[in-house]
Design a protein around this ligand. Structure first.
Ligand SMILES: NC(=O)c1ccc[n+]([C@@H]2O[C@H](COP(=O)([O-])OP(=O)(O)OC[C@H]3O[C@@H](n4cnc5c(N)ncnc54)[C@H](O)[C@@H]3O)[C@@H](O)[C@H]2O)c1
Length: 350
């Protein structure tokens, strides 16, 4: 008898769904996308075609009535929490794009519901599955870092501002580059540091260029009126073990690199950088350095992330990116905004 396939419903059928998640699910012969929901008719039609023909819905609550095992959420950030709570309440496992939510209260609500219902909840942090991420993590897990006492995190672009409303309208996005790309490098950095507990933050967030016309955007024009998130944010974080971290996130600035993506961790035994996976250490009293990157390629990271999610559900393994880790990432980003508003150092929630 043919065994049942893993049945997935997709919520949100835009860029990341079409380019990464649908190919990722199609890559798994044991899985099938049985329905897709999106408020946009052209987006859901195109996604259904890419998925090889599947049922479509304009309201995700109708999708949740199908016989599903899990949902994969690829909507704008502010839809993540209501969609995930509805899916968990319907008894479904959830893979959800980053940021899982834009507040620690929402992350906790999603996480505690998943735990109560014994369902898996995974944040789609695909950078953990990149070659640089995997290599750096293996190096750290091999005991080469020693105690981490400081880190630098950067997700700074010259002029790549995502123009779609889902990114620039605060009601849909919840935050700008801090939540959009800062979250990638910060998650990677905390993962390499072993997720120490962040306790307090001094931060600032501001809109430097995005309300004006001085900075040409390499991704085209955007709606200045609707633009209501920061385009630059920075924060200085203290952890309960005494370690510190400096973060910068921007969609626009005057720098020569199109994108400067970095997590650099300083440990007592060695130091490591992501994504380059370059390390520095002292061996037998001699300074030593190198790069862990090997020409051998790893599978496409979004596909690995999706395969890891299905594996954790099917084989009842822990979530590869659990909410208890994500809440520390979101706690820092949320505190940067709060510190900026209040003009002082703030304690981290979560
Ligand atoms: N991991 C990554 O590398 C990566 C890259 C890009 C985007 N993302 C994340 O993926 C998410 C989506 O980003 P995107 O680039 O695909 O955006 P997008 O704007 O291209 O697509 C979002 C889609 O969600 C739909 N949508 C909006 N509200 C909805 C609702 N209530 N129900 C169902 N569908 C709804 C929109 O119509 C749109 O088709 C965001 O959270 C973003 O942060 C992750």
């Amino acid at each position: 008898m043919k065994s049942r396939k893993f049945r997935v419903g997709l919520i949100g059928a835009g860029g990341i769904a079409q380019n990464c998640h649908i190919p990722g699910w199609k890559n798994l012969p044991e899985a099938e996308i049985v329905g897709i929901a999106d408020v946009s008719e052209p987006a859901v039609r195109k996604a259904a075609e890419l998925a090889g023909g599947t049922r479509t819905f304009s309201d995700y609550r109708d999708l949740l009535k199908l016989d599903l095992d899990a949902v994969d959420i690829c909507t704008p950030n502010m839809v993540h929490t209501p969609a995930a709570l509805a899916a968990l309440n319907a008894g479904l496992h959830v893979l959800c794009e980053k940021p899982l939510a834009v507040s620690t209260a929402d992350v906790r609500a999603m996480g505690t519901l998943a735990d109560k219902k014994k369902l898996k909840l995974m944040t789609a942090q695909h950078q953990r599955f990149t070659q640089g991420g995997l290599a750096a993590k293996a190096w750290v897990d091999g005991g080469n870092l020693g105690d981490a006492y400081h880190a630098r995190v950067r997700a700074v672009r010259r002029a790549w501002l995502p123009p779609s409303p889902g990114f620039i309208d605060k009601k849909l996005a919840g935050g700008g580059p801090c939540m959009d790309i800062g979250v990638h490098a910060l998650d990677l950095c905390l993962w390499l540091m072993g997720f120490p507990k962040p306790v307090r933050v001094t931060g600032t967030s501001k809109t430097v260029f995005a309300k004006g016309h001085d900075m040409p955007n390499l991704w085209g024009e955007w709606d200045r009126e609707r633009y209501s998130v920061e385009d630059f944010a920075t924060g200085f974080v203290h952890f309960d073990n005494g370690a510190t971290l400096l973060l910068e996130a921007a969609w626009m600035c005057h720098q020569v690199e199109n994108e400067d993506l970095l997590a650099q961790i300083f440990g007592k035994k060695g130091g490591i950088k992501w994504p380059s996976a370059e390390f520095a250490t002292v061996t037998n009293g001699v300074h030593a350095q190198g790069s862990l990157l090997h020409p051998q390629s790893v599978p496409y990271p979004h596909w690995s992330e999706i395969a890891a999610f299905m594996d954790c559900v099917v084989n009842d393994k822990p979530s590869p990116v659990p909410w208890t880790e994500t809440i520390k990432v979101i706690g820092i980003l949320e505190a940067i905004y709060r510190s900026s508003e209040e003009g002082k150092e703030v304690a981290i929630k979560g």
